[in-house]
Design a protein around this ligand. Sequence first.
Ligand code: ADP
Ligand code: MG
Length: 484
Amino acid sequence: MPDPKQILKKYFNFTSFKGNQEQIINRLISSNGHCIVLMPTGGGKSLCYQIPALIFEGGTIVISPLIALMQDQVDTLKKKNIPADFINSTVPPEKRKIVLNNFVRGKVKLLYVTPERFRKKEFIQQITKATISLLAVDEAHCISEWGHDFRPDYSRIAEFRELLKNPLTVALTATATPDVQINIINKLGINENEIEIFHQGIQRPNLRLETSDVIDEKETLQEIYSVLEKYDGSGIIYFSLIKKLEKFSQILNDKGYRHGVYHGKLEPKIRKQTQRMFLSGKQNLILATNAFGMGIDKPDIRFVIHAEVPSSIESYYQEIGRAGRDGKDSLCMLLYNQEDLYTQMEFIKWANPNADYYSGIYNMLNANIEQVNSLGINYLREYMSFKDKNDFRVETVLAILDRYGVTEGSIENRNLELVAELPQELEDDARLEDKLLRDNKKLLSVVNYFNSDTCRRTFISDYFGFPDEPPCGNCDICDQGSQS
Ligand code: ADP
Ligand code: MG
């Protein structure tokens, strides 16, 4: 069997493994043992399955949620002469057939797919002909309803595993609380004693964690100015509300702070352009909502400010994880205004419609889909007796119906279609209430983070099931300790 280190050198041109990479790879290739990999973003999770994929006789399937990331990853691998390819909805049917065929014949060793592929009969028919040595589930927190980015198709991975005759499996994520870790294992259909958890902790010693209590926008601005004056280089300021982001953008502009703006309501073209300017260093500062960041691998981000309270420790940790990838000192500043909690609680409410609301929209679509397509989303909103302009339950339901594969197409493109029944989970009020409760608890954890009198990093480590970390000596709480 080829030596993993040689492969590391030959294909990736690295001389040594990082963190737990070597142990994980060894467990996969030598003892054929399932693994869960918990490693911070940028920690090097991909190599944990890419190297085994190059060693194994059979093929490796990588399940990944994001089409854009998939494309980037495969392009990078191809440049290294690694036989990788991908299949998703953007690939034309003819091309899909060719790629799938190449995988079945062993010409492609690493096949990236979205879990939605497994909805397609043609795909299943072909893929089950292949010899599969490894199944890699990237962004594995998407499996869990308790995670922060649940994707229903991910929750059927145990079924896919069975179709593929239960191959060796590695699940990878940067953010999973102990609850979510167990939930992932269960949903993979693997016994807890057959899988090993590799937890690398959240070691990012160069990230300085700070919080500051602010009572109004004036104080928020002051805090932002003081960071901008102190820190040279690139930075991100995160907002929850587009309205607030725009307001701050105006003020910063007037003060002469040049910056880019990134949020979900901007045209995809503009967003791409802003992202490119930031990545290339032409634009140092960016004001963004959480729509910004997926796949942002810029090494020299010197600060990440949260101008508003984030919805969970998971998303906070993910967003600050973009700072200081080059290992140099970087600041992560959370500005805590208690009033933001109301905004977040509203968000949580609108993001969790009840069963009646789901069935209301479903039935309406069932009866009047042509009208909805021609009159647009406002017609649907009015029908659902839309009163509050912040109420985005209609959007929530449409997004979730899409994720569950109940609908295809979209109202914007006037081609929304109902293609399946309403799944039972969306008619189950107890389950929906449980989700609402969990979302509120996640928000509460952010409050606890702010109020905590123990080291910030220790708090986050504990939250992700990595207890007993020593104080970091690089946060506002540790500063207080060393002063007294
Ligand atoms: P993750 O998926 O955990 O966020 P990636 O797998 O994308 O991280 O890797 C992040 C970066 O680390 C990549 O640029 C990769 O080339 C680099 N990297 C991974 N393993 C090593 C290694 N052993 N030595 C040096 N660099 C590495
Ligand atoms: Mg990754």
